[in-house]
Design a protein around this ligand. Structure first.
Ligand code: NAD
Length: 270
């Protein structure tokens, strides 16, 4: 029987924790993905590219040829490398699938994603785990049902090397609460409290970031009422849950019409 062609993927952020998890999963039989190379901070890292499952790793300024060869580009890197790949090399990505897991992106970065989506199927997600995407739905429902009389606080924990806070997933959950309340997150967001923090205003959405050890990613959304508390929580056991979701996304965007998609579309949560 003829074997199905594999989708040719380039990973931006290849040598990082997620880049390595992606390569491990893609190497499994039947993944449907061929990783043809990666982009990382410096090409010296390519000395050990083979050991982490990459035929080649290029630095940001030598990766053009590699991007040209890709059918789908998967980015788990930093906002800086994201801007190089999706901004500076936008023309090279035209028509190719784009999956973005990098967090800490700014408004201008989201505009880059919108621009890319005019010519390519693009799927960005702050979290690729099915459980978290379902959690977002549940949180929005809970916020709508309970209303702003139940104070919403989001507590997240991650490993000590995570550079952005609060996590992209926590912000995503905060947006779900705000949608449920009919408010705008930018107007009600409160990051941490200390000193004379004052009385908590109704409708505020609080964020608290815990950092330490090797925590892969925990998120807890608290709805604190006068006489009861509701908690909705998710714990990621292993970062392969994100890698698995991102590879599913790479297969899903491949050959799809240009547009900005989400994990809700992929998981049929709509
Ligand atoms: P990491 O620090 O372990 O790896 C980052 C990778 O990007 C490395 O290969 C590094 O060489 C490369 N890189 C970063 N900046 C660069 C630059 N300016 N030029 C060239 N290469 C550069 O990080 P990680 O834990 O793998 O996470 C990567 C990103 O993915 C983070 O933004 C993290 O928050 C996010 N993340 C998202 C999800 C999700 O499900 N969406 C899950 C986990 C992590």
């Amino acid at each position: 029987m003829e074997s199905r062609a594999q989708v040719r993927v380039v990973v931006s952020g290849a040598t990082g924790r997620m880049g390595q998890a992606l390569a491990r999963l893609a190497a499994e039989e039947g993944s449907g993905i061929e990783i043809i190379g990666g982009v990382a901070r410096a090409s010296y890292e390519s000395q050990w590219a083979g050991e982490i499952g990459y035929p080649v790793v290029e630095a940001a300024d030598t990766c053009e040829w590699l991007l040209r060869e890709a059918e789908v580009v998967v980015d788990f890197s930093s906002p800086q490398l994201f801007r190089t790949v999706v901004g500076r090399h936008a023309a090279l990505l035209r028509g190719k699938g784009l999956v973005v897991g990098t967090t800490g992106l700014e408004e201008e970065d989201h505009r880059l994603l919108g621009d890319a989506a005019r010519h390519s199927p693009v799927l960005p997600a702050a979290n690729f785990s099915p459980g978290v995407n379902l959690l977002v739905e549940l949180v929005q429902r809970a916020a709508r049902a309970l209303g702003p009389d139940y104070d919403a606080e989001i507590v997240e924990a991650h490993h000590r090397r995570k550079v952005d806070a609060p996590s992209g997933t926590a912000l995503h959950l905060g947006e779900a609460v705000a949608r449920g309340h009919g408010s705008a997150l930018g107007e009600v967001r409160r990051d941490g409290r200390s000193g004379q923090a004052g009385e908590r205003p109704r409708g505020q959405i609080g964020f608290h970031a815990v950092r330490g050890g090797d925590v892969v990613g925990d998120h807890r959304v608290l709805f604190l009422g006068e006489r009861e508390r509701l908690e909705l929580a998710h714990s990621a056991g292993d970062r392969s849950v994100f890698a698995d979701g991102a590879l599913r996304a790479a297969l899903w965007v491949h050959g799809r019409a240009p547009g900005l998609y989400s994990m809700r579309d992929l998981l049929g949560l709509g």
